[in-house]
Design a protein around this ligand. Structure first.
Ligand code: IMP
Ligand code: MG
Length: 179
């Protein structure tokens, strides 16, 4: 067994239950279904954190979608942003003339989304929106438009539901606070 020297998951406080996550995803899917009726949007998941959220979201959608991913790095293994966003894996899908939705796990400093919006806009999509499961309450309004938001959360470091600390805890089915 690998020992990480970190807190066992059972000791972490649950911030958002599985049921609350499920309800938020259902609300988001209903809004996207309504707005993209008759269309076939391309959902661009931001790896790695969004993989569980995106998997849940697409299974609640009725509109046909395409899925692709970009991978960005901004955190390394720390709990604070490095202030820099690096594109680790670019988008492969040609999104020219397509309706694109960025699917992000959590918006904190919003650096990631602020980096991705112009990156995707340069590819000339017909439309470009942002869907985020969590938005941290930082005291100031987010510097990016969030078209679809699951929920706001306090400004604490969270893990689970795809989110990691040093690559740990992503598999937790609920959202927990790393204290
Ligand atoms: P931002 O660029 O500061 O908005 O942060 C976006 C990225 O940082 C997210 O996609 C996450 O991967 C990561 N991140 C931000 N806050 C947390 C957190 O509380 N736990 C785990 N990852 C986080
Ligand atoms: Mg991360």
């Amino acid at each position: 067994m690998v020992s990480t020297g970190q807190a066992p998951a059972a000791q972490l406080r649950v911030l958002v239950s599985e049921e609350a996550l499920r309800q938020a995803v259902a609300r988001l899917a209903a809004a996207i279904d309504r707005d993209y009726a008759g269309k076939q949007p391309v959902l661009v998941g931001v790896l790695k954190g969004s993989f569980i959220f995106l998997a849940d979201l697409v299974r609640r959608l009725s509109v046909p979608v395409e899925v692709d991913f970009v991978r960005v790095a901004s955190y390394g293994t720390a709990t604070r942003t490095s202030g820099q966003v690096r594109l680790v894996s670019p988008l492969k899908t040609d999104v020219r003339g397509r309706d694109v939705v960025i699917v992000e796990d959590v918006i904190d400093s919003a650096l990631t989304v602020r980096y991705l919006l112009p990156y995707l806009r340069r590819r000339r999509p017909a439309s470009l929106r942002v869907c985020a499961m969590f938005l941290k309450e930082t005291g100031t309004p987010p510097p990016v438009p969030v078209d679809y938001l699951g929920m706001t959360i306090p400004n604490v470091f969270v893990v689970g539901y795809g989110l990691d600390y040093a690559e740990q805890y992503r598999q937790l089915p609920d959202l927990r606070v790393l204290e």
